[in-house]
Design a protein around this ligand. Structure first.
Ligand code: HXC
Ligand code: NAP
Length: 285
């Protein structure tokens, strides 16, 4: 679907790019010619990922710059961006992917638990976008910001309340800056994934086989997402081919949230014979 040079010469920064979906997107961007920076809290994980990605890249020449950063700390964000800009001289695309989350009844949460999740997802995204945005505006550089949210950013969700409020905030950020920073040729887009099995998410959101199976039942397509599907969507959205898409969130969830929202979605369990009986019953009346 894509030309190999789709992202040639673009410098892409992926927060949380050492694992899971961030890594999958980073790998795809690299295949498409991008030069990469990945950040996260664990430098050993980032170094390992960078080495594996370099090995797998054409002629083993992929450029990946790993840098440790806790996005909850504005000083670390500033130092991380100084490092990336010092290394490459520019950043063209930012993917705000880093997140924290776990399932819990809300009444069990401590203030520190709330801060842990909201700090990564909402404050972290704001700090990175704000710092990089200021630099882009000051230097007159155009750019793209892609924010990874989820479908409960607009529906809300029980048992992941700090994540839900934070993702809702990130979606509001996407739409707000789409208008405000368009004058600087800075484009904003978001992706709302449904279930994509990753070690980070599954260990915290579906820690038992029962919970993992339940995730599939909620999806009309009866499967979870494949990381490559999300990575290809991300590659398109950050590329120049999506140059007129600004402020949009694209859902990639196999229809999951619509099934949850539809009043009559549960009727999919009614058998053909039962439908015959129901029709007879309705027509008699
Ligand atoms: C209740 C918990 C808890 C749990 C942590 N806490 N886990 N409370 N239930 N399961 C509480 C702790 O007791 C502590 O509060 C506070 O949260 C901070 O915990 P720390 O372990 O000190 O935090 P920290 O080391 O900063 O780790 C942050 C984290 C952790 C969010 C808690 O899980 C993490 O590092 N996550 C990063 C990766 C991640 O979450 N990936 C999944 C993203 S999936 P007290 O008061 O006791 O000190 C995703 C999918 C969304 O976002 C959509 C799916 C469809
Ligand atoms: P993941 O592998 O746990 O990814 C989270 C990444 O964020 C990790 O690399 C982690 O690295 C990094 N991170 C966490 N806290 C950080 C901090 N304070 N500073 C910097 N980096 C930090 O989980 P994932 O499933 O790939 O999730 C990726 C994105 O997809 C998230 O935005 C998530 O909300 C979204 N999403 C996932 C799913 C799904 O089903 N998987 C569904 C919907 C949305 P360190 O721990 O080393 O810091």
């Amino acid at each position: 679907m894509f030309q190999d040079d789709l992202l040639k010469e673009k410098v892409v920064l992926v927060t949380g790019g050492g694992t899971g979906l961030g890594r999958a997107m980073a790998e795809r961007f690299l295949q498409l010619g991008a030069r990469l920076a990945i950040c996260g809290r664990r430098l050993d994980v980032l170094n390992q990922t960078a080495q594996e990605m370099r090995e797998a890249s054409p002629n083993k020449r992929g450029e990946i710059f790993p840098v440790a950063c806790d996005v909850r700390d504005p000083a670390q964000v500033e130092a991380m961006l100084d490092g990336v800009l010092g290394h490459y001289g520019r950043v063209d695309i930012l993917v705000n992917n880093a997140a924290g989350n776990f399932i819990s009844p809300t009444e069990r949460l401590s203030p520190r638990a709330v801060d842990a999740v909201v700090g990564i997802v909402l404050h972290g995204t704001l700090y990175v976008s704000l710092d990089l945005g200021k630099r882009w505006i000051a230097s007159g550089q155009s750019g793209v910001m892609l924010n990874i949210v989820t479908t409960y950013a607009w529906t809300g969700s029980a048992y992941v309340v700090p994540s839900a409020v934070a993702k809702a905030g990130v979606l509001a950020l996407t739409r707000s800056l789409a208008v405000e920073w368009a004058q600087y040729a800075i484009r904003q887009v978001a992706i709302a994934p449904g279930p994509f099995p990753t070690e980070g998410a599954w260990s915290r959101l579906a820690p038992t086989p029962d919970l993992a199976d339940h995730a599939i039942e909620r999806v009309p397509l009866r499967r979870v997402g494949d990381k490559s599907e999300l990575a290809n969507l991300a590659a398109y959205l950050v590329s120049d081919y999506a140059g007129y898409i600004n402020g949009e969130v694209v859902t990639i969830d196999g229809g999951e949230w619509l099934q949850g929202a539809g009043e009559f979605s549960d009727l999919r369990t009614v058998t053909s014979e039962q439908w015959d009986q129901l029709r007879d019953l309705m027509q008699k009346r």
